[in-house]
Design a protein around this ligand. Structure first.
Ligand SMILES: Cc1cc2nc3c(=O)[nH]c(=O)nc-3n(C[C@H](O)[C@H](O)[C@H](O)COP(=O)(O)O)c2cc1C
Length: 286
């Protein structure tokens, strides 16, 4: 383990460590407008949702480290407290990167990056037609975390209207995580695409009380074969199952098999999503 004290290295160096570690980060593709009506578009990955009622998004624009200057997005939001946050899907990622170039304030990044501006219903900033979800926001608060290079300016944004492309909806009428094909920012110039195997579903307890790791029998909990993820699947049951005398585990294992062999079989059964059978094997061979 290496240990880092942020005060002992430069802001840029710590920024690098932090951004590689706090990743993948969703990207707010922020559309704002200045008081002369010039549209502005820039990506911000210091971004997430923080409240459902009121529906609130927060993103942050840093003071530049190189010269302590601030960005157009901050100036525009200070001027009129409105923003449209567009999400970024894979098919927009290279155009989005073009919009992050630090053009002068009077340059319209919709034009530079080739995006189609469409009017919003309740705010002045324009929406990005190519983005599958566009959220019109009123900025409730701006919180400056400092004045030196690297300091964030947090925008607390209340969503007043959300627009969703039908193309990303599943049969249930909700956003399908496989169809929306979002990208996220990682450290340096690395990105992450939420598609294929990267998108998976966990059977996770919410209101159900399950036994947890501490209630797993010792010989299972300290298995040399089963991983933390596999033990977590076993711990995700309401009660330790009863050993079923009719469960024919002998068919799958040699007579007098070792605990390690039984745990290996349980591992395979867990891989096949068969938690009940894995429990039976583990209960039968102690
Ligand atoms: C994917 C991505 C994410 C970014 N995230 C941030 C961020 O969270 N904060 C920030 O200050 N700059 C971030 N940037 C850099 C800004 O997009 C860049 O400085 C941009 O030119 C600012 O535009 P503006 O002056 O029009 O606001 C990011 C760039 C990219 C490509």
């Amino acid at each position: 383990m290496i240990t880092i004290d942020p005060k002992e290295i430069s802001t840029s160096e710590f920024h690098g460590w932090m951004l590689h570690a706090v990743a993948p980060r969703p990207i707010a593709f922020a559309s704002t407008i200045d008081n002369n009506g010039v549209p502005n578009l820039a990506p911000y990955s210091f971004f997430n949702s923080f409240s459902s009622n009121p529906p609130t998004l927060v993103f942050s624009s840093n003071v530049r480290v190189r010269d302590n200057s601030t960005k157009d997005t901050l100036a525009n939001i200070k001027a009129n407290r409105e923003v449209v946050i567009n999400v970024v899907s894979y098919n927009m990622v290279r155009q989005m990167a073009l919009a992050s170039i630090e053009y002068p304030s009077d340059i319209n990044e919709f034009e530079k990056a080739g995006f189609t501006p469409i009017p919003s219903d309740l705010v002045k900033p324009l929406r990005v037609a190519e983005s599958p979800v566009q959220m019109e926001c009123k900025v409730k608060d701006i919180v400056a975390l400092g004045t030196e290079g690297g300091a964030g300016n947090l925008f607390i944004c209340e969503i007043v209207k959300m627009h969703v492309h039908e193309s990303v909806l599943g049969a249930n009428g909700k956003i399908d995580p496989h169809k929306i094909d979002l990208v996220a920012r990682m450290g340096a110039n690395f990105y992450c695409r939420a598609s294929g195997d990267a998108v998976f579903e966990l059977n996770q307890p919410v209101n159900e009380i399950v036994i947890g790791f501490d209630k797993l029998p010792e010989y299972i909990r300290h298995s040399d074969t089963l991983t933390g993820n596999e033990l977590a699947r076993l711990a995700n049951v309401k009660a330790i199952p009863e050993a079923d005398p009719n469960y024919n585990w002998q068919e799958l294992l040699p007579p007098n098999c070792s605990i390690a062999e039984a745990h290996q079989l349980a591992k395979q059964l867990l891989e096949q999503d068969n938690v009940a059978a894995a429990w039976q094997v583990l209960l039968a061979v102690k």
